[in-house]
Design a protein around this ligand. Structure first.
Ligand code: ATP
Ligand code: LTN
Length: 331
């Protein structure tokens, strides 16, 4: 039996430093540590359209995200990379998952509540049922582990509940998945408002570093990141959210502990710290950007996505057959 680690990212914009540290970089690290697992990673385009996307931009974002996945250094040997909408069983199982999800469960989801608050008009029913589709993405492959940022924990809990509910009603069918959240970097905050998560679909983007930002823009965004007036560098998330967030970014990239960073900058001010951090981030992202240029528009990328779709479909098709039989649908 093949064991799977699975995760997805929505093509709702250019991925951010938050997506990188909370998800992409973690995928690469886990791939090195878990060599007997196959990694199923996908572009969650069906999730993206739960909020309106301009079709041309969406196509572009899908292309960018595909190349960025590989540019981050994933090993293609034990990787299946695919586009969610190209494996139709996701939506099919998504609907079945909706049929066992309670309204109250969906109403409690904070991601839904946040997005609803921001949008005010025309909230789609798919945005509401989004967690059922996410559960389907995971359960379709019996994924054992799901590496995600901190914001997805609630969706993962629901996925576990739905797996157990289905297993109780219809008999042992799904593996109950476990989340894998990186210790650091699982919640990078906005540089202008460190009480809010850095997110790629934010309209106001001065506080958001995108993986395709040029170095000059990255330096500028870090330089103007909001801090406090104490001018002392130490980690205190409650009282110093700005500097603490910058320290998290520093620490996730360099692997230095907060204590080591505090010692290093004991006699220095925010200016020096930010200057060093900017160079660290620029160096890290430049590596990704160089690789991105190689993958984008390459024949290899097209081939990887084609093979990914075929391989994922093969697993999905056979699982769906069993599921339908258990439920009693079809002739
Ligand atoms: P959107 O703005 O469209 O809601 P998003 O930027 O929040 O998108 P997703 O595509 O939903 O990103 O998430 C992809 C992965 O990145 C998920 O595993 C998610 O938990 C993680 N992630 C997203 N934002 C952050 C962040 N600020 N810090 C750490 N991880 C993050
Ligand atoms: N909902 C996730 C993206 C996502 C996902 C998944 C992550 C869709 N399906 C399955 C892990 C596993 C998000 O908003 N970040």
């Amino acid at each position: 039996m093949i064991k799977f680690v699975l995760s997805g990212i929505k093509p709702t914009g250019i991925p951010t430093l938050g997506n990188y540290l909370g998800a992409l970089k973690n995928f690469v690290k886990l791939q090195n540590e878990m060599q007997d697992y196959e990694f199923l990673l996908f572009i969650a385009d069906m999730h993206a359209i739960t909020v309106y996307q301009d079709p041309k931009e969406l196509k572009q974002n899908i292309k960018n995200l595909a190349a960025l996945y590989l540019a981050c250094g994933l090993n293609t040997d034990n990787l299946t990379l695919f586009v969610q909408s190209e494996v139709k069983e996701h939506v099919e199982l998504g609907y079945i998952m909706q049929s066992i999800t309670y309204m109250g469960e969906l109403e409690r989801m904070t991601q839904y509540k946040d997005k609803k608050q921001k949008q005010a008009h025309g909230i789609s029913s798919a945005l509401f049922t989004y967690p059922s589709l996410m559960a389907a993405d995971i359960l379709l492959y019996d994924a054992k582990y799901v590496p995600v940022g901190d914001d997805q924990m609630q969706h993962l809990e629901l996925t576990r509940d739905l797996a157990n509910r289905f297993n109780n009603r219809y008999g042992e069918t799904f593996t109950v998945p476990e989340p894998l959240v990186s210790k650091k970097g699982s919640r990078i905050m906005d540089l202008q408002d460190p009480t809010k998560k850095m997110a790629k679909s934010e309209e106001e983007n001065k506080g958001c570093i995108f993986l395709l930002d040029p170095p000059s823009v990255i330096r500028k965004k870090i330089k103007s990141a909001v801090t406090d007036s104490e001018a002392k560098i130490y980690y205190d998330k409650e009282n110093k959210p700005g500097i603490s967030n910058l320290m998290t970014i520093y620490s996730s990239i360099t692997d230095l502990s907060y204590e080591e960073i505090e010692n290093k900058y004991k006699d220095k001010g925010y200016g020096d710290f930010k200057k060093d951090l900017a160079e660290i981030v620029v160096e890290e992202i430049s590596k990704v950007q160089k690789e991105f240029e190689k993958w984008y528009d390459s024949k290899e990328l097209k081939q990887i996505l084609y093979e990914g779709k075929c391989r994922a479909s093969m697993f999905a098709r056979s699982k769906m057959k069993k599921i339908k039989k258990l439920i009693g649908i079809g002739y």
